[in-house]
Structure formats: structure tokens, C-alpha cells
Design a protein. Structure first.
Length: 87
């Protein structure tokens, strides 16, 4: 399982509190790649834990990092609008 770095926490919080259209305008290829390859993996595992009851540990890590359940849902929704496959 991947660790949750400070950068990951900030990225997820930005996703949770941002409008995807604004993010798309300012997103370069490196940011898009990081979103897809690292944050997308984390959000997919978090989604699976909360929908299929898999024991990934991401819910606990999110809570310890100050990411609420609503933040997690909002980050997933924003990532989906940006074209990241979460399911």
C-alpha cells in the first residue's frame, strides 16, 4: 500500500475544494500524470474500501490527515470530472 505523503494530502484537499473546470485550465502534463498515476490509485483504493468493504486502510489514513469522508467523496467526484477512472 502506498503511503500518504504531505503532497498527496494537499492534492486531495485541493481536489475536494476546487472546481474541476478551473483545475483543467491550469493543469500541465506532469500534474495530470501525477493525478492519474498516484492520486488516482489512492482514490480508487479509498473508493473500493468504502463501496466494496475492502480493507485498504485509506479511510483511517485520510482521517488522520484531516481528510473527512465528505472531502474524500468530493475529491473522487472532481477526479472523475477530470477524466480519472476511479471505479
Amino acid at each position: 500500500m502506498t503511503d500518504l505523503s504531505l503532497e498527496d494530502i494537499e492534492f486531495i484537499k485541493i481536489l475536494a475544494n476546487s472546481d474541476s473546470t478551473i483545475l483543467q485550465v491550469g493543469m500541465n502534463d506532469a500534474t495530470k500524470h501525477r493525478l492519474d498515476e498516484q492520486i488516482g490509485v489512492i482514490l480508487r483504493e479509498y473508493y473500493h474500501e468504502n463501496t466494496m468493504n475492502t480493507k485498504t486502510g485509506w479511510t483511517e489514513k485520510f482521517l488522520k490527515a484531516g481528510i473527512t469522508e465528505d472531502d474524500g467523496k468530493a475529491a473522487i467526484a472532481c477526479a472523475r470530472r477530470l477524466g480519472i477512472d476511479i471505479s
